[in-house]
Design a binder for this molecule. Sequence first.
Ligand code: GLU
Length: 408
Amino acid sequence: MELAQRIDRIAESPTMAMAAEAERYKSRGVDVVDFSVGEPDFPTPEHIKRGAIHALEQNLTKYTAAGGIMPLRQAICDWHRAQLGTNYEAKECVVSVGGKHAIFNAVSVLVNSGDEVLIPSPCWVSFPDIVKYAGGKPVALQTLASENFALRASAVEAAITPRTRMVIVNSPSNPTGAVVPDEEFARILDVCQRRGVWLLSDECYSHFLYDGARPFSIGSVPVENKDKLIVIGSFSKTFAMTGWRLGYALAPELLVKAMIKLQSQSTSNPTSIAQYAGLEAMRGSMDTVAVMLAEYARRRARVMAGLRAIPGVVCSEPAGAFYAFPNVSGAARQGGAIPAAANEKGNAAGVAKGGVAQDLLERVHVAVVPGEAFGAPGHLRISYATSMDRIDEGLRRLAQFFSAAAAA
Ligand code: GLU
């Protein structure tokens, strides 16, 4: 079948592909330890669910404005101000069908064919493909495991060319858990503003920072620095609402208008009852977030100890989010199980089907996402948003796999 050329520019999301692969094993009755997709294992908090139930009972089940109901746009701005010290008005907020959708729309309305978009690497799987779909050219800015994947303003500045249209920063980072220090982040914004480049800040893990660090939004900088800044947020992680599909962008009004225009011709509004649930999330208690964070911190400690106990595995400690991103090439190499390189297109299905990640799933039934998917061969991404029991079992199987590899 001949499809439009643009769809051949991208691959299926490797995180989604690996989660689906794990599901296939589970449906055959295999006991899979699933460290693949990044999704809180906690239920959506009760008060949020009640918001949706109430909306159903009130028959709030019709179309809404394409960019979201005004009370939610306002509530997002209020919550953001209280939580993160920002200063946005409702007209500078658009509600979307998840954070990914907000990123897709922002890139779609800003990036022209051939424009370069600078993406620190390793990076979340969808950033490069969203840029490619828009006709842009993703340009990787390498960060190093030996420096805990630190991103520096000087490196961003050096990588900007006359073709650069946008820089994407994701702090805390999926997949590395690296966090850009507040002052460095402000310097990156400053570089972007000086060079006339948009900064898209994906802050969907903003509330999952360890060791007492305080959530930070680059949107909290003084107003004169915000005319080329897009802040993306998501309900998925903060409120354990992945399936509801609810996210947002905070950006200059003209950009928000363009994103709403695109939504009006594509998805229309995010699901009405999800929006009313989101309203409760914005107005309700943040206690559930603190509970989740405390539990993630316990799990992080367990995962780090377990991984570091495996000979040849090297892993930076994540400062945020809920992923560990170990380099296993030393461990795998001892047994000759060299990670497969990404195929030519960096194709997701190819990535998911080769190398250590596939061996892990087949041999010891542990699902992880291969590092190739994030631009970092030799690594594996382990989502520890799963119970401590499953983490212990998964670590046991990983140790078994790599010691068998070493003995082979
Ligand atoms: N962001 C999560 C992950 O990386 C969810 C899946 C996705 O959208 O990629 O696993």
